[in-house]
Design a protein around this ligand. Structure first.
Ligand code: FAD
Ligand code: SF4
Length: 483
């Protein structure tokens, strides 16, 4: 590795800008918004890293990517080696580079952020992953050269062991990949007809192109993992059967938190009102935006309100915008309290989406044909912090008003589906149907059954799900080596 002192630091205070599609053009297409760095832009950005001795960015990364090391390689133009360094700890870099909330993780603690903008770590991670897709032979050679010995990170040879993985989101994909690298025979059972979990059915094409998710999945299949789609565990088979007559030695449950929450207000069931997961699944998984080329219709109104302040709300709003609606986001707290990524809020604003902050819906109004026609809302103010540490929103009495709408999208959170818990005797769950699993090993109350990702911690992030998948693989390997 090159001597850190030889690197010349780029003193530029701002991140090297990443080219983006023009907002007026992109709000009419599902093409990817952010276009990625060129090699020159990537090197320029990489040279902003000062390679601090304590590397706070690495401890800010939930899977511990050796950030300073890969950035150094980018700075020196060694893109293959940079890819190999990232890939060693992160199985899905093209995805993480695009969707991780870096501002709260590695970039949130980057030393360069104390005087200017942090290093664009996510942008650089995306660059190296995209470079590898564009240069597969060089990338494979770099991986081969970088790895010393076995790819297996659990330290156990699992030859002859069979593991069933339920669900195919980032937690499951990571767990499956890590186990396959240790020679386990892994089968993934996915309820939907496509693999990838939220990466495939939830996050829109304009943020995360689906051909890219398919490439990451096929890299995991290349490790020897088999995928069985249209396989709803809990209906088609249950966990006891997987562990019993189907002969698996261990099971990982990564079923996510895909059950939508509702507002619980009058009129929510009117025509033209839907939960975000319905809109996003129709558009992303079923390609409704290409109707009639794809046979899935989708309702698109002219005046749409999206209720919620998270990533799901931003994705739903930007999707409805692309389907031709004028969109307003209604959120009961202020913009600073919105849980969505800052970049997504910024992109939504650029695309002409309006924001009604400190506003809460109280009733959905309908017309004679049973379609939504208005959303009655009340203004809110922020009181003292609640248990979450955020200031509690409180209604301002008598401040009710109506927004004219013909489409309503509800994006106020999601819960874990109780199916697995209901069909697995002895599986301990919380009152919110989250599966109880050990933090380190991810083992549940049933020996040999492991769980991780949103199914355990509730709706969270891709990288946290991946971190759990990795810990579970280690837990499973240790369990299988001991029995
Ligand atoms: P999931 O990705 O939910 O995958 C679970 C899989 O299990 C699904 O495919 C499901 O069909 C399958 N399944 C469920 N039950 C069964 C069963 N009984 N049998 C078989 N299969 C089953 N996070 C970020 O970090 N950045 C973002 O920008 C971001 N944006 C998001 C946008 C949207 C619209 C949504 C919904 C979420 C977003 N998230 C984001 C959150 C992130 O996607 C999730 O935290 C992450 O995908 C959780 O991974 P997982 O593997 O636990 O589960
Ligand atoms: Fe580079 Fe920022 Fe990490 Fe320091 S904290 S090593 S400047 S990326």
């Amino acid at each position: 590795m090159a001597d850190a002192k030889k690197l010349q630091v780029n003193r530029q205070k701002e991140k090297t800008p990443m080219p983006e599609l023009d907002p007026t053009i992109r709000s009419q297409t599902f093409d990817e918004v952010s276009q990625g760095y060129s090699a020159e832009e990537a090197v320029n950005e990489a040279l902003r890293c000062i390679h601090c001795p304590n590397k706070p960015c690495v401890s800010g990364c939930p899977v511990g990517v050796p950030i300073s090391d890969f950035i150094r390689e980018v700075g020196e133009g060694n893109f293959g080696r940079a890819y190999a360094v990232v890939k060693e700890t992160n199985t899905l870099p093209a995805i993480c580079g695009r969707v991780c909330p870096q501002e709260n993780q590695c970039e949130g603690v980057c030393t360069r952020g104390k005087n200017g903008e942090p290093v664009g770590i996510g942008r650089l991670e995306r660059f190296v992953a995209d470079w590898a897709f564009a240069n597969p032979e060089q990338a494979a050679a770099a991986l081969e050269e970088y790895r010393s010995g076995s790819e297996c990170a659990t330290g156990h040879d699992l030859s002859g062991k069979r593991v069933a993985v339920v669900g195919s989101g980032p937690a499951s994909l990571t767990c499956a990949g890590e186990l396959a690298k240790c020679h386990a025979e892994v089968t993934v059972f996915e309820a939907l007809h496509r693999v990838g979990g939220v990466l495939t059915y939830g996050i829109p094409e304009f943020r995360l192109p689906k051909d890219l998710v398919a490439k990451e999945v096929s890299a995991i299949a290349d490790l020897g993992v088999s995928f069985e789609v249209n396989a709803l565990v809990g209906k088609l088979y249950d966990i006891d059967e997987l562990m019993g007559e189907m002969g698996f030695d261990a099971v990982f449950v990564g079923t996510g938190a895909g059950l939508p929450s509702y507002l619980g207000i009058e009129g929510e069931g009117l025509n033209g009102s839907m939960v975000a997961s319905e809109l996003l699944t129709r558009v992303n998984l079923m390609k409704a935006y290409k109707f009639p080329e794809y046979a899935t219709p989708v309702y698109a109104g002219k005046k749409c309100v999206v209720v919620g302040g998270g990533n799901v709300a931003m994705d739903a709003a930007r999707t409805a915008r692309r389907l031709g609606a004028e969109v307003t986001i209604v959120y009961r707290r202020g913009k600073e309290e919105m849980p969505a990524r800052a970049e997504e809020i910024h992109h939504a604003e650029q695309e002409g989406i309006a924001f009604q902050m400190l506003t809460n819906p109280v009733r959905v109004l309908g017309n004679e044909e049973g379609w939504v026609s208005g959303l009655e809302c009340v203004r809110m103010e922020l009181g003292e912090p609640d248990a979450s540490g955020r200031r509690r929103p409180m209604e301002i009495a008598g401040s009710n008003f109506v927004i004219d709408i013909d489409m309503l999208v509800i994006a106020v959170g999601s819960k874990s589906n109780p199916l697995i818990a209901d069909t697995t005797p002895g599986l301990e769950t919380t009152p919110r149907h989250l599966i109880v699993a050990d933090d380190e090993t991810c083992m549940t109350s049933i020996p040999g059954v492991f769980a991780g990702g949103d199914a355990v911690i509730g709706a969270a992030t891709v990288i946290l799900a991946m971190g759990a998948g990795k810990r579970a693989a280690k837990g499973i390997a240790e369990y299988l080596s001991a029995v």
